[in-house]
Ligand binder design. Structure first.
Ligand code: PLP
Length: 381
């Protein structure tokens, strides 16, 4: 390699430069209205996201974490209950279960998609199971049909953690709207990111939508009258105003991410790294089904040999890369009292030791992608 480049993991400035002129007027509108919490901009976003996800209702909340928390609260998850989820995810998925004094029960992942293995979910069900919480990790849906089937047989509600997967499709259905509830995050690095924290819950159940609207306002059913204890989980108008503008670009950004992924897939194949077993490109599980399955690549996550030695090499050559996630949740210190130990979820542990996410953001150039592949190739040279 004869030159060095700088390829960040994500370049939000490149995105902002292209939409700046559409953002300024809506921010100005919020300033002029002096309506900062909920209000018409949030209601507009709720309608827009619900329609985008093919869901009946949307409820804007303060973050993806709070979208999960308030959803679990709405389902009545409490002390003594169990919630089945994956240990290979962002912390909030299981953290919110614990905050309600319920027990996260982990089930291992499918090594191809990094998502919950439906057979492992079924095996983890007990009479205490109060909810199943699949995550659509990195932008690809979990295998929902068998999960929904066992859940429905036993009357267990399902909450989708769709924080990384807005717009992803599974058999023609959109992430977040396949089950009772779906939780989204608008953290700036998500595919639809705000200018701060934000989140949203979608559902097809009008009663659940009403419950969540009450819970995000401290459980009020009428002003200053409380039937239940909720919290302040409200979304602010600035975020909603920005997100309404960004949503118009989302499909185009997802298409660009998918094109980048296809380009990497080809380049890694041509590099010989995949044939030599040094690099595995992400989940081709649903690839051949065209538009019915739709990975939106919030992350493009490789499995690589010698991952931990590769990280400093990437850094030294200016390639932004990150490890999502280095320690599965069943081995986190805060969950020691759950009694899990190394070896309990071998696929999740293997993924945690092999996975590395490389730049995939929409504005990435071919030259940058070539450089990323060359840099990885040079590590093994
Ligand atoms: C980002 C994320 C969350 C939490 O969203 P925040 O908006 O950061 O609170 C939850 N689950 C997953 C899988 C995420 O990636």
């Amino acid at each position: 390699m004869n030159k060095t480049m700088n390829v960040p993991l994500l370049d939000l400035k490149a995105q902002y430069a292209r939409i700046k002129k559409d953002i300024a007027p809506v921010v100005e509108e919020v300033l002029e209205s002096q309506v900062f919490i909920l209000g018409p901009k949030v209601e507009e976003l709720e309608r827009n996201i619900a329609a985008y996800c093919q869901a009946g209702f949307g409820v804007g909340v303060s973050s993806g974490t709070d979208a999960l928390l308030v959803s679990l609260m709405a389902l009545g998850v409490k002390l003594g209950d169990e919630v089945i989820t994956t240990p290979f995810t962002f912390f909030a998925t299981a953290g919110t279960i614990s905050r309600l004094k319920a027990r996260p029960v982990f089930a291992d992942i499918d090594p191809v998609t990094f998502n919950l293995d439906p057979a492992k979910v079924e095996a983890a069900i007990t009479p205490k199971t109060r909810c199943i919480l699949p995550v659509h990790l990195f932008g690809q849906c979990a295998d929902m049909d068998p999960i929904l089937e066992v859940a429905r047989q036993r009357g267990i509600p399902v909450l989708e953690d769709a924080a990384q997967s807005i717009g992803a499709q599974y058999k023609g259905r959109r992430a977040g709207a396949m089950a009772e509830l779906g939780a989204f995050s608008f953290f700036p690095s998500k595919n639809l990111g705000g200018f701060g924290d934000g989140g949203l819950v979608v559902t097809n159940d009008p009663a659940l939508a009403e419950t969540i609207k009450a819970l995000r306002m401290h459980g009020e059913h009428a002003r200053y009258y409380h039937r239940s204890v909720g919290g302040n989980f409200r979304l602010d108008a600035f975020q909603a105003a920005v997100l309404n503008v960004k949503l118009r670009h989302l499909d185009q950004w997802s298409t660009a991410r998918r094109a980048n992924a296809a380009y990497y897939d080809r380049r890694f194949r041509e590099s010989g790294l995949t044939d030599r077993g040094l690099v595995r490109t992400p989940a081709a599980a649903y690839k051949d089904s065209g538009d019915l399955h739709f990975h939106i690549y919030n992350q493009y996550t490789l499995r690589v040999k010698d991952r931990d030695r590769m990280m400093p090499h990437l850094k030294a050559h200016g390639v932004g890369a990150a490890i999502y996630y280095p320690l599965p949740l069943h081995l986190q210190e805060c969950f020691a009292d759950l009694g899990y130990k190394p070896g309990d979820f071998p696929e999740s542990e293997r993924a945690a030791s092999e996975a590395v996410s490389i730049p995939i953001y929409p504005e990435l150039t071919d030259e940058q992608k070539d450089y990323v592949v060359e840099t990885i190739k040079s590590f093994y040279a």
